[in-house]
Write a protein that binds this ligand. Sequence first.
Ligand SMILES: Cc1cc2nc3c(=O)[nH]c(=O)nc-3n(C[C@H](O)[C@H](O)[C@H](O)COP(=O)(O)O)c2cc1C
Length: 117
Amino acid sequence: MPKKVLVIGSSLREKSNSETPADAFAAGVQSSGKQVEQISLKGKSIAFCQGCLACLNTHACVIRDDAAAIAEQMRQADMIAFASPIYYYEMSGQMKTLLDRANPLYSSDYAFRDIYY
Ligand SMILES: Cc1cc2nc3c(=O)[nH]c(=O)nc-3n(C[C@H](O)[C@H](O)[C@H](O)COP(=O)(O)O)c2cc1C
């Protein structure tokens, strides 16, 4: 079991359905004595990726908003669990936008090896 687990919820709804399993997962990880961080995209400002690919060289995004801090938490995590509502048979747009904005991690030395969705 990894040491540091990050749980990211992407629903923007109060009393979100997809946060219920995320909460249970986080509680289970915590009760096993591991370090868990749980964040929500509610209230966060995360713009669309502009596709400039500057991040492949700089390991940072040119856009200054809340995505940078979340990407840094992702970089430090050993395991990441994503919780998303299903929107049109897929992950939600806000979740996909966050993943696009995490592209600076693509060429960086991130710790995680496990992703759960
Ligand atoms: C834009 C939109 C698209 C959706 N598309 C689907 C879908 O393709 N399949 C489905 O089963 N539910 C779909 N839903 C319903 C949501 O997945 C459902 O309400 C879910 O419980 C929302 O999760 P949340 O409470 O964590 O936000 C859609 C909802 C919205 C707003």
